[in-house]
Design a protein around this ligand. Structure first.
Ligand SMILES: [Cu+2]
Length: 109
């Protein structure tokens, strides 16, 4: 005889292993490129739990520093990246601390 309740428990366990969210609800992974002294796209709109990765494609170093202090990359040299996971909804403004005219926004819903 089959044991459907055991199978159900296994399914439940494997869904808990990915943080309690359903399997269809895979975490989002989104990129921001830094090129020609600009972030792109701006604004970036993501869901709660998304990981955003900034990648510098310029020959100059850049940073991504949150105005609220939520995140702060180090200096990213050419082709280097910085990632941050957004666990809370909100609007996150950030700048490049080396070039303050470079601004961007991540909107987390
Ligand atoms: Cu910069």
């Amino acid at each position: 005889m089959n044991c459907p309740s055991l199978l159900w428990r296994l399914a439940l366990l494997s869904s808990m292993a990915v943080g309690g969210s359903s399997l269809a609800d895979a975490p989002e992974s989104v990129r921001i490129t830094v090129k020609n002294f600009a972030f792109s796209p701006v604004p970036l709109i993501v869901s709660v739990g998304a990981t955003v990765t900034w990648t510098n494609l310029d020959d100059e170093p850049h940073t991504a520093v949150s105005d609220s202090g939520a995140f702060r990359s180090g200096a990213m040299d050419t082709k280097e990246s910085f990632s941050f996971k957004f666990d809370r909804p909100g609007t996150y403004h950030f700048t490049c601390s080396i070039h303050p005219s470079m601004v961007g926004t991540v909107i987390v819903r």
